[in-house]
Write a protein that binds this ligand. Sequence first.
Ligand SMILES: *Cc1c(COP(=O)(O)O)cnc(C)c1O
Length: 431
Amino acid sequence: MDNTQALAVKYPQVKDLMNETPIFWKNPDYGQSAKLPFSKEDILDAVARWDRFAPFIEAAFPETKKMHGVIESPLIKLDQMKKAWNDEHETPLAGSLYLKADSELPISGSIKSRGGIYEVLKFAEHVAMTKGTLKQTDNYAILKSPEYKQVFAQYGVMVASTGNLALSVGIAASTFGFKTTVYMSRDAKEWKKAKLRANGVDVVELDTDFSSVIPQARQAAAEDPNVHFIDDEGSSDLFIGYAVAGVRLKQQFDKQGIKVDRNHPVIVYLPAGVGGSPSGVTFGLKMIIGPYIHAIFCEPTHVPSVTLGMMTKLNNEISVFDIGLDGKTAADGLAVGRPSRIAGKVMRTLLFGSVTFQDPTIYKYEAQLMDTENITVEPSAAAGFTAIDRAITEVPAFNTANATHIVWATGGSMMPESERRVDHDKGEALL
Ligand SMILES: *Cc1c(COP(=O)(O)O)cnc(C)c1O
């Protein structure tokens, strides 16, 4: 790209990104007013749809029984991890530390159970209402009937994924009876492919990176009018599915007595791949919880796609390859070189900032979380911890006893024991 040098002059931190130097980027447009393409009503509409589907989810996925078909994760206080943190960092963390354990979400064991499953539900509802006789007032458990399975079998669902989106969409769509195809990039884990195949999902493996897989999947889907393509680079339904987290987290704050106001800031750390899940969640937090909850995105120094897009205001018009990076990371959910079409645009005024990290640090925090709290997450999901030190040293207002820090653990409970042990050993060596 010829104008890379010009970009680096206009936005000096582009130089750090090119050099793979970990950065803290403060978004200069944070808090300004802007016209957004989505509203609070969109979120409440999605909440109502999840509620309508709860009887179906409870019947189809027995692990959701105790939550009555609601797919939500716990908010866990990390007192031991905070202690370990303060033992090894020069600047102690004054506030409280929590984990939003999306790693425990049913069906995919990841944050993708929010957006991915939501989009499948919305499509299923549309099909059932237009090709069947479903009404909003029905008990949606009837969608499990052989009659509806036959209706759904005439339709297909396709998605491209580095792994977790395929798991959530694949398992949900195949459960309805949709013909389900997932396109996976080369970094996708074997156990995820195996699990999908066991669920009757057609897995197409491509030996390329995620940003190249998407167009191929999109084209395959376009050839069949009965196929619904779930577009990780720009789907509004995915985005709104993630945003429902704002409503759920608000309920957890109320229940657990967590205050949010000018003197009680909440800082949320979210790993970003294509940027869809952290942006959707952030949008939900801002709409539902308000101005005193602040989101910080975390990305590998080799793949700072959302940060680069936002910093240069080029959003999805620029990829990390354009500035000479290789796009490689051990955090497979974050190995996305080009950001989504929605993320940067909607986040322009809503994102506090972002941090980039070197891969080894996520193994360190992953192991530390296992050792101190006995919680397993996958490498990507530990990324949030890498941002805390930068946030509290560069923004003193975030390091008060009244502040609440929430690391969004985006996935990992379904990781096989063998992989868990390998990760732990890598992290242990760095502790
Ligand atoms: C998908 C994913 C992310 C990032 O989400 P994007 O929507 O791609 O930004 C982070 N962590 C895990 C575990 C994921 O599966």
